[in-house]
Write a protein that binds this ligand. Sequence first.
Ligand code: A3P
Length: 330
Amino acid sequence: MTTEIKYADVDGQVSEILNKTFVTSFRNGYLKANDVVLPVYYRKFGQRILDMEIRDDDVWVCSYPKTGTTWTQEMVWCISSDLDFEGAKQFLPERFPFLDHTPLFDYEKDLLEKPDLKLPLYVLDSIEYINRMKSPRYIKTHLPYKLLPTKLKDQSTKAKIVYVARNAKDTCLSYFHHCRLLEGYKGNFDDFCKLFTSDSLCFSPFFDHLLGYWEQRNDPRVLFLKYEDMKRDLRSVIRRTGKFLGKDLADDQVLALEDHLSFESMKNNRAVNYEPVIEINKTYNLIDADGSFMRSGKVGGGKEKMSQEFVKLFDEWEGECLENSGLSFD
Ligand code: A3P
């Protein structure tokens, strides 16, 4: 069990691309924490996260970025709260905070001294915000299994983990748009594919991330979901998740939640579509990019946008990494 973090530099062929295209005023470089790529700022927080107290009624949604995390969070929160759609109007990061938010964005230079902007605690210190939350807590993280709080992995806790996975090509395309819109990436898609396939982006290695949780899938405290299954049959996933969370949903509740979780509904829902964050980034000139968080919500777009060379590379890479694991994507 991990109780301590060893830090190393990010090197390799593409670290030059990373430093040229993906360093901003709030992200001044990258490191490896137990072989996982993270911003250098993470060093201030890694041990605090490992040492966090866990509660038996915690529900964690864990994922590699852009795999349907927000969708899964909203589903988990609504099921757990017996479909409290009124309560769901509260901004998602307040009721379902992102543990690694503060370690990802070092706003010290940009935002902390703006007198007219009052940053909430879930931005200033996301770990402390979560420590102070009332139970039951709902917590999002993109950390791989090995960097989760030690006590969350202890057999004595009853806390639950819902993991959501997505195929590599679509994750890469979605991550590219996200990094341009919300994290200050300035390169092109080809360079982003290079960064993705060389496991140089935050929270990579990608397949290790998936497999770290996949190995826990038989633990009754862990539910492993796939974005592609949610797209194909959301009702079944809602029912499965309800059962996992100890909620027996009636048919009309499943239908009401399916409607609330539709792409169109979530795209227009300011509590979950991150429009308020995009607006702040624009107002304070943090990032100069257009787009929306709820971008396309489709399966298969990655393959269409990539060059044939990358499609081949992704297929070979996936074949090697997932061989004999029992994990596959449509
Ligand atoms: P795309 O960029 O492919 O559209 P995350 O929440 O992990 O950042 O994932 C974001 C991705 O999930 C985006 O993918 C987003 O559009 C998609 N998504 C969010 N809500 C969705 C929904 N209700 N239905 C389908 N896809 C959804």
